[in-house]
Design a protein. Structure first.
Length: 146
């Protein structure tokens, strides 16, 4: 029973951390927001827990399911990337989804400090890039099209 409570707390932590990053994306008006990021973190954490605990007695390789999380998230991320004329959109969303999957996996593995630190770094990185601090092209698409 104690082990089950720990697993539930890990799922809650992963969900919370994913929701924090998703809230930043919602604030920026991005299509993938709090619900998406929360679900990716929760799903990754759940698969990680299944991988870690469900197949231990059968002699299976617990890393197999965890490794497939990365592949599955790659497909989701690829779907977030759009090409429009000569511009690419959605790379930050795809990268964010990929990072959130890793955060969910870390939380499920009991790497609490790592998952929290990765969340802080992700939000900081999104905030810096959201201000176009290092952007090469600071003009909006409306200004270019005018």
């Amino acid at each position: 029973m104690e082990n089950m409570i720990v697993m539930i707390l890990r799922l809650l932590l992963a969900s919370f951390l994913g929701a924090l990053i998703g809230a930043e994306r919602d604030f920026r008006g991005k299509a993938a927001g709090m619900r998406t990021y929360l679900l990716v973190a929760l799903g990754s954490a759940l698969m990680m827990l299944i991988s870690k605990y469900a197949f231990v007695d059968d002699g299976g390789d617990p890393s197999r399911i965890a490794a497939q999380i990365v592949t599955g998230i790659g497909f989701i991320g690829a779907g977030a990337i759009m090409f429009d004329k000569h511009a690419v959109h959605g790379l930050t969303t795809a990268a964010g989804i990929w990072v959130v999957a890793g955060i969910g996996m870390a939380a499920a593995a009991g790497m609490y400090v790592i998952s929290i630190a990765a969340t802080i770094l992700t939000i900081a990185g999104l905030e810096i890039s959201g201000r176009n601090t290092f952007s090469r092209n600071r003009h909006s698409s409306e200004e270019r099209d005018s």
